[in-house]
Write a protein that binds this ligand. Structure first.
Ligand SMILES: [Cu+2]
Length: 190
């Protein structure tokens, strides 16, 4: 019995430093990573795969220069970022820093593009049919970019899934240790 207890304690000591708690990463966002949106953006939505605490934050940059954000609302697992001024044509980087429910910091970044040229194009100068074709092509591009974005999000989440598996193993080891501990204590009393 003591050998078992020793082995369980050893495995716990090995497991716990690896990952005690799941960390939070962005699993979805609007606009999405790699997306091209055709209207100015007033608000960013970030959805995390785990709980986030107040003081989680984002920095928005255009061409490497920081842009002022308005209010950042944390409604775990969502974060809403109101922009002081609408994000017009350009490519934007969103750098996020999240404080997970275990108070550990995670960070990452994604980018999206605003391209208002489709809406801004003078309608009376282009034949309607031609414009339809252009619209179709651009819609397809946006779709494939969104698919890519989903793939890259899936890659980021692999890390989190491994953490969850380790968490499960750790929890099982802990339960086993408690059960063995109770048996050992009872044995001593008798
Ligand atoms: Cu942690």
């Amino acid at each position: 019995m003591k050998k078992w207890l020793f082995m369980v304690i050893c495995s716990l000591i090995l497991l716990l430093p690896l990952k005690g708690f799941a960390h939070s990463y962005v699993s979805e966002s609007s606009p999405a990573d790699g997306e091209t949106v055709m209207e100015a953006v007033d608000e960013l939505h970030l959805l995390f795969n785990g709980g986030i605490e107040p003081f989680s934050t984002v920095t928005v940059k255009k061409d490497g220069e920081e842009i002022e954000t308005g209010e950042i609302i944390i409604d775990s697992p969502y974060m809403y970022v109101e922009m002081s001024e609408s994000l017009t044509a350009g490519t934007y980087e969103v750098e996020w820093q999240a404080i997970g429910s275990d108070t550990h910091l995670t960070e990452g970044q994604y980018s999206f593009t605003v391209d208002e040229s489709v809406n801004a194009s003078p309608e009376d100068e282009e034949p309607a049919e031609e414009r339809q074709i252009i619209d179709d092509v651009e819609t397809e591009e946006t779709v494939s970019e969104n698919e890519q974005a989903e793939e890259s999000n899936a890659a980021e989440n692999t890390d989190a899934n491994e953490e969850n598996a380790l968490l499960m193993i750790g929890a099982l080891a802990l339960i086993t240790m408690i059960i063995i501990g109770v048996i050992v204590l009872r044995g001593r009393k008798k």
